[in-house]
Design a protein around this ligand. Sequence first.
Ligand code: SAM
Length: 275
Amino acid sequence: MVATPIGNLMDITFRAVGVLRQVDLIACEDTRVTGKLLKHFGIKTDMVIYNDHNGAKVRPQVLAAINAGKSIALVSDAGTPLISDPGYKLVAACADKGMKVIPVPGASALLAGLVTAALPTDRVMFAGFLPPKQKARKRSLSYLAQVNATIVFYETGPRLGLTLNDMAEHLGPRPAVVARELTKLYEEVRRGTLEELVSLYEEGSQIKGEIVIVVGPPLKTESMTTAEIDTALKDALNTLSVRDAALAVAETSGQPRRQLYARALTLKTADADDR
Ligand code: SAM
């Protein structure tokens, strides 16, 4: 699994160049795109197309070649294969057959976007591309609104305005970043609240290039009432221990865990006394 640059060709690793030279075959999404990369580094290895359209047909051939002792490198058009790109089913099939899968790490828009965002990196969720249809996108966003983590999305220029709009509506007031054309000539990183970014990238305006959107975790608020916290704790206690229920509600409410632990204990004892 060999990562390739997401723009700047200098981001390829020495190891990736060596591996792409040494393997028997390179499986790639598009031979024209990968061909350019190989030409730049003077790599002459043969290529085979492996993508979402032909995967079911090519996978057995790739597995047979590995079985016959050949080594195969999987690359995507850019960045790390499997990350919103083909490869998962191939890796799963290899793992299933006990074949060795070796990562050759390198560039990925996910990490490049995250490290430029200036948002918390201790807990991160990668959400990839949101559904293109608005109804499904809004559904995904209402689910993601519950996640207490920085969230990284991939997006395309034409959809950026609409997506930011839906994010502002469903994720609430949060800091966010639009990172465009990372590692390329017109690299641009714009920070603001989701609302501010909506007005920067008006719906329908012609935004070009490749985009990562990074959204900060929900802002901690004191907005949950005592009654709401009790309800959340009671719900959690139906399936979790006192400790885990307190932890879970601390995540969503932003209230101190210790305080919630004491309250969960009281609720649990009262519940047991009632029975
Ligand atoms: N596997 C790739 C990776 O590891 O980053 C991602 C492939 S996905 C099909 C392509 C998306 O990644 C683009 O639509 C964009 O959201 C993001 N992307 C790729 N290159 C980028 C770049 N140079 N700057 C910003 N986003 C980029």
